[in-house]
Design a protein around this ligand. Sequence first.
Ligand code: B3K
Ligand code: ZN
Length: 851
Amino acid sequence: PAIIRRKDYEPFAWRVPEIRLDFDLGLETTRVEATLKVTPNPDAEAAPEIRLDGDGLVLESVAVDGEQRTDWRREGEALIVPLSPGEHVLNVATRIAPSANTQLMGLYASNGMLCTQCEAEGFRRITFFPDRPDVLSVYTVRMEADAGAFPVLLSNGNPVEQGTLEDGRHFAEWHDPWPKPSYLFALVAGDLVARTDRFTTCGGREVELGVWVRSEDLPRTSHAMESLKRSMKWDEETFGREYDLDRFNIVAVGDFNMGAMENKGLNIFNTKYVLADEETATDDDFDAVEGVIGHEYFHNWSGNRVTCRDWFQLSLKEGFTVLRDQLFSQDLHGAAIKRIGDVRVLRAVQFPEDSGPFAHPIRPDSYKEISNFYTATVYNKGAEVIRMMRELAGEAAFRKASDLYFERHDGEAATCEDFVRSMEDGAGLDLAQFRRWYEQAGTPKVTVEQAYAGDAITLTLRQSVPATPGQPDKQPVPIPLKVALFDRESGAHSGETLIVLDKAEQSFTFDGHTSAPILSINRGFTAPVVIEREISRDDLVFLAGNDDDSFARHEAMQELLLAYLLGDENEDAREAIGTAAEAILADDALDHEMRAELLSLPPFAYLAERSEVYDPGAMVVRREGLKTWLGERFADRFASLHDTLEAPAREAGPVGKQARRMRSLALGYVAAADPAKGAPRALAQYREAQGMTERQGALAVLAGLDGPEREEALADFYTRFADNALVIDKWFTLQATALREDVLGEIEQLAQHPSFTMSNPNRVRALYAVMAGNPLAFHDASGAGYRMIADLILELNLKNPQLAARFVPSLGRYRRVEPGRAALMRAELERIAEAGELSRDVSEQVSASLG
Ligand code: B3K
Ligand code: ZN
């Protein structure tokens, strides 16, 4: 496939200020008539023809200015129509087959309803169009369909008209006054019901809100609606962004390739991020729903009102919007836990990407298939990069700069460079060197040396950005690090300082310390880097027990854990963990959620990432061994926490959530120390559970054990929730996560289960994405786990290329695994590479992985 390069950008020769779409909707066949008003683009070179993208369309007719035309031609999937200079009206009629659309891109069927997904290049699967984000049009959409099968007809913008037609048919027309690129187009037709509400904006606009679902799901929509209203309010208060239409609709769809989509005024969501009630959703699920609703809503400005010039600028909207949703959640529920969780995801997902064969800058330079670049790098590292600018500017100046950005670029298709310039002009920053964060891939590493002399401590910091594919040489980047120096006697520090390391090596001296202080660095995780510091075990124990920055405190504990888990087996290192855990368990000032965070072991993926080359089997043994040791050492404490913590209903607020978190963690430690005690305890928690958090927490422990308790709970869970797809996903996930000897064989069985299907992305991920993250299953020494994932990729390759490609990176990490397994992993990648017709998505990932 062809390589698309950022430097080759050229504006499109034509503008399409208006488009009208007439849909004759049906599951098997849908007819689409597109009417485009086109005018020459004064900013581009004139062209004698217009080139319209297409993908899998049946062309019926082409007319220009009312005259049928036959002088068009096809170039691959594209349609090229000769056009004389000046303004024209172009008419193109096509047919598509939604039911046959297994890629879930374009217009497709899900549970008898019709819905769309257009980002990035799905609109061309609906009609011929310049399907690129810098062509902005005002859309008018008329849908006609059978009134019985599709009583609800929705599109972007505001409703204009609706009515009944002959033969049991009806129609609806919608108009979106805001010019938008084709990727933001959406349509939904189906038998849906809505939870409705209203929101009055700060400017006095009355907005009708709707959350549309299948009728049986209506009772699980109130959290989504409340989350939406909170998002609207927060964006007004925090970023000064007001909603701009009379309607805002959210539709939940069971078959969806990702989380959700920010189509203008008509967000389409994976059911997973809409439906939640206490019985079926965990506390984390509730937070995820709120976070994703916020994220998609915030796109209305960061993405829709200001969109992207080309797909290389994806982080312009995604990085910024992830930051906005993170800040939203921090403001609502507290910054500490949220920051720890966000960094955990960054390290477990983005760091491995940044050190692997698919490493790319947050603003990539080239791609073959843009769908492959909806990555943790573009999203999460993108958010970290903007967060650093916010840190450098300060909150108030950052807000001024963000206001300037929206004001300057409203209605435009902008670039990352535009964003950085607004940050410079609005916040008074010089970001010349900072721009390297957009250019260079790889996670910078910072080493810290300390020297104490007189009353001064000197920190010598060195940075290096590792080589990544296509980028052998790197330049230093500015790295803002918030530091504090703790006095050994008083156990306190005298304030935080933000230092900026912008050279390869630099020293910072702080005086006035009568004894060598204890360094707390990268507090709040101000920079997305790996820090390697010289620090004694005792000082880490001190910070893990006392640092007043929650992130840094957590980090100190993680460093103690990493030192033991990644080093040689060392009694003293483990003892230090015990001492720190003792202090954490005894600290009454901590809430139970923070306590649980501090006592959680680093995820396997991060342990793997921090090792040069690792043996997955040995690493599991070490990690599980530490869990058992901690469970034994604090057996009474964990048992009593499990006995005494009360977890009231969700409506009682954060205290219940905190208790539930600690309670299930304690249960895990009890079971790790003594499965015979853990199993009945877990079964009791399962049976008495008031909601899904407690129930899933118990089942997660049971799933890893043997015996009748496990069987009883798993069977009960399945029957109890048999008619709820999202909960059955959990049932698959819980079993696929278990660290059991024969988990791979069990996963093979689950793949044969009548409830398993390859047609539903949530179900596929619930089993296989989880399997790919389970070291005992994926890294089974026989290689059968690798074969399973390769078979899956081949099966989904053409059916759903986007979903298929997501599984390649797990095999692509073979360079980090011990040589025996690495050879097996590589062999599976080669088998895929040689398998015949590969989708662009899979082929790009596989060739990058093979290097
Ligand atoms: N913008 C969409 C992602 C689209 C992915 C297309 N492959 C959701 C989001 O980031 O909000
Ligand atoms: Zn997004």
